[in-house]
Design a protein around this ligand. Sequence first.
Ligand SMILES: *Cc1c(COP(=O)(O)O)cnc(C)c1O
Ligand code: SF4
Length: 347
Amino acid sequence: MGGTAIPLAPAPDWIQQQAQVITDPAELLALLGLSRAALPEALQAAADFPLRVPRSYAARIRPGDPHDPLLRQVLASGDELQEVPGYHADPLAEATHTPVPGILHKYHGRVLLVVTGACAVHCRYCFRRHFPYQSHLPTAARLDEALAWLAARQDIEEVILSGGDPLSLSDRRLGELIAQLAAIPHLRRLRIHSRLPVVIEGRITDALVAMLDEQRWRATLVLHANHANELAPSLRGEMRQLQRAGVTVLNQAVLLRGVNDSLAAQEALNLALFEHGVLPYYLHQLDRVAGAAHFAVPDEQALALHDALRSRLPGYLVPALVRELPGDHSKTPVAAVAEADLQALPG
Ligand SMILES: *Cc1c(COP(=O)(O)O)cnc(C)c1O
Ligand code: SF4
């Protein structure tokens, strides 16, 4: 309005925050005042799957605590170097459900569209840590092929933008993509699976809210947060903006040993999600990906924890405890897996 005041230096925007992530294990340890004893193994593990931690996420880690639940999710560790039977590079056999590059089609009426291999954070337990992104990344030609496939498949009603992390794309790129999807008449629902708004502040820009509001469908955002300490106070306002635009916001978490495998941690997470305007959706049993065995929680313990959670919280704050099994037509309730195991026991 013609004023001459120079604004205060703004907080780095989300694109800058992505560029300024911590990638050196030594820097992360120094920042948190932690011992360098485990550094050689951390460097070795990070050579396989690089370390990547946004600074605002690091700021939520308790300094001086080597067992911090957020630190455990992001610090490369020697445990990853162990070869454990039953843990594989492609635990979900995703390579066999790819009709065209970039599309994963396993379930009725909905597909994942892999739109980028990039993430703002690298989660050490990630089931895609060995995913061959290079052969799936959406070059223009590949994306055209994926869109043509979607246009020909009248039975697909929902597209789930996935990755990597789809919100690591610029608003302009996302806007183009969403417009191309919206032009396919039989698509009725748009979903975005993203961890980025949890680990970087300010990703829910006005432009993003507007593009999700404008479309002819109601969009759903499924966040990925595993611990109450991950939820920044600023997230609440961001989620409120999305809800005003008619976006449904849910959360999926992964059950992780040493991170959120206690009743207290689960209770706190689901209550904190609600405080931020987010409803719990899934609590996933870990996919058996090579390098992540140290995060696994046995099914029996997971079921007991889930039962205990149900006895503490209202039903709408208890996520479904599921596992993904290659070949199944949906995520499988862990209770069903356990029953099937019992029946498979020899008489
Ligand atoms: C998890 C997943 C979905 C989504 O499943 P919902 O139960 O609808 O959340 C869709 N496609 C693939 C390939 C998936 O792995
Ligand atoms: S943000 Fe999601 S896809 Fe990216 S490393 Fe973490 S779990 Fe994997």
